[in-house]
Ligand binder design. Structure first.
Ligand SMILES: Cc1cc2nc3c(=O)[nH]c(=O)nc-3n(C[C@H](O)[C@H](O)[C@H](O)COP(=O)(O)O)c2cc1C
Length: 175
């Protein structure tokens, strides 16, 4: 995919739609050594925190990817065109603990520019992020009644803030 660097503050996207309907592939680990994993995410956000461009992700501790997020300093978020939605759905229903996701999906991980985690050659948008904060959701702080219903197993998400160090995308993301 032909991508060009984008200053994070010039990134053009539909922030709610892109999370809710297009999803991202979240990857963490070390591309160089082959120790990495990735999974689909649909809950999160893009914004600004402590004067830095921010990507927020939430990951349940039960995910294999959670182990990599805990061990490694960074993560990437990649967005794909519609034709990849079946592959993303599959990555959101299968765990790297049991299956080789690269082999199964045929996606091509490649080195990021600034982070250890891989990005994907097929992605239309790539965000390279460095972890700057994490916290575990505290159910005592759930204000809306519908939230707890997402956690029948009490596996409350860990939220991670990532500073977006680099962004690259196709022309559509460059306004
Ligand atoms: C559309 C979609 C969105 C998802 N969003 C999240 C998310 O934001 N956070 C999360 O912890 N799991 C999310 N999941 C579930 C994980 O992607 C799924 O459990 C995956 O198999 C975990 O893979 P892993 O064990 O290899 O890390 C989502 C699944 C789908 C299908």
């Amino acid at each position: 995919m032909k991508r060009a660097e984008i200053a994070p503050d010039r990134l053009t996207c539909l922030p709610v739609h892109d999370w809710q309907k297009r999803w991202f592939l979240l990857a963490s680990g070390d591309f160089a050594s082959g120790a990495f994993n990735f999974m689909t995410v649909a809950w999160g956000g893009l914004g600004c925190m402590w004067e830095r461009p921010l990507a927020m992700i939430v990951v349940r501790p039960t995910r294999y990817t959670h182990e990599f997020l805990e061990k490694y300093p960074d993560f990437t978020l990649c967005q794909f065109s519609k034709e990849y939605s079946k592959k993303l759905a599959w990555c959101g229903a299968n765990s790297g603990r049991q299956v080789d996701k690269v082999k199964h999906t045929g996606l091509t991980p490649e080195a990021g520019r600034l982070v250890a985690a891989p990005v994907f050659a097929e992605a239309e948008l790539v965000l390279e992020c460095r972890k700057i904060y994490w916290s575990d959701f505290d159910p005592a702080h759930f204000v809306a009644g519908y939230i707890e219903g997402n956690y029948p197993d009490k596996d409350y998400h860990r939220v991670y803030f990532g500073e977006i160090l680099a962004a690259a995308g196709t022309a559509a993301y460059r306004g």
